[in-house]
Design a protein around this ligand. Structure first.
Ligand SMILES: NC(=O)c1ccc[n+]([C@@H]2O[C@H](COP(=O)([O-])OP(=O)(O)OC[C@H]3O[C@@H](n4cnc5c(N)ncnc54)[C@H](OP(=O)(O)O)[C@@H]3O)[C@@H](O)[C@H]2O)c1
Length: 221
């Protein structure tokens, strides 16, 4: 049994990761801003009031964790706001950068002393953060924030190799969640989480720093 800490665990992909990992017998610590009834029903340890952009709440989390060892840190929390060229809204772009890129990096750094060795960090990015894969343009804030998260993940994979911590940068697929307006074109969170868990299970120091689709495909930067 390993200990997993998952951010943004009250709904969507994060909730499903909690469900599947706890069902297979892992020890799960779920963090969220506010607990949902679905998360409450899973009977795992929940740390509420954790806004990943708020330094005080991350410090509170670390105090609550005390010397609890985390084997796998899954940084799933994220936002997507619409920014077309005619509707740039710099504040929205900065906010997405803060939530999707800067905060996961700072969160990982704060949690380092709690991470096991060997340990794993999984960053839930997006193929919208792939420059080579961008064929449709737009979504400035989201794309820019996720490409920055990919870069943070790559640097973390290099910097943490000597500490025996491996890092995966993951795309969950197009998933039917609130973020995508529960699109009928998307896969279910259940299928996405199954693939993400498989990728995390297969993560080693040999393949650290790779950008994977949940289905196992290696994505271009
Ligand atoms: N769905 C897709 O097709 C898709 C595709 C590519 C990548 N992703 C990525 O997958 C991850 C999960 O997305 P999802 O589809 O499950 O979206 P979702 O249903 O909208 O869930 C987003 C989660 O992030 C949390 N969150 C947002 N801002 C936060 C903050 N400042 N502090 C703490 N938690 C925060 C939300 O908490 P609240 O309930 O408190 O708002 C919620 O738990 C995201 O990183 C997203 O970018 C999703």
């Amino acid at each position: 049994m390993s200990t997993y800490l998952i951010t943004g665990a009250n709904r969507g992909i994060g909730l499903e990761l909690v469900r599947q990992l706890s069902t297979r017998g892992e020890n799960v610590i779920a963090t969220c801003r506010s607990q949902s009834s679905e998360l409450h029903s899973l009977s795992v340890r929940v740390e509420t009031g954790i806004d990943i952009t708020c330094g005080d709440s991350i410090i509170k989390l670390r105090e609550n964790l005390n010397d609890t060892k985390i084997d796998v840190l899954i940084q799933n929390a994220g936002i997507a706001e619409f920014n077309s060229l005619s509707n740039l809204d710099p504040r929205s772009i900065v906010h997405q950068f803060e939530v999707n890129a800067l905060s996961p990096l700072c969160f990982a750094q704060t949690m380092l002393s709690n991470l096991s060795k060997p340990g794993k960090i999984a960053l839930i990015s997006s193929r919208m953060g792939s420059i080579e894969d961008n064929s449709s343009g737009g979504s400035y804030g989201y794309r820019m924030s996720k490409v920055a998260l990919c870069m943070a993940g790559k640097s973390l994979s290099i910097d943490l190799r000597s500490k025996d911590i491996s890092v995966a940068i993951l795309h969950p697929g197009l998933v039917s969640t609130r973020m995508t307006g529960f699109t009928s074109n998307g896969i279910k969170a259940k299928e996405s989480a199954r693939g993400l868990i498989q990728r995390i299970d297969e993560l080693t120091l040999e393949n650290t720093g790779t950008f994977w689709h949940a289905n196992g495909q290696i994505l271009p930067w």
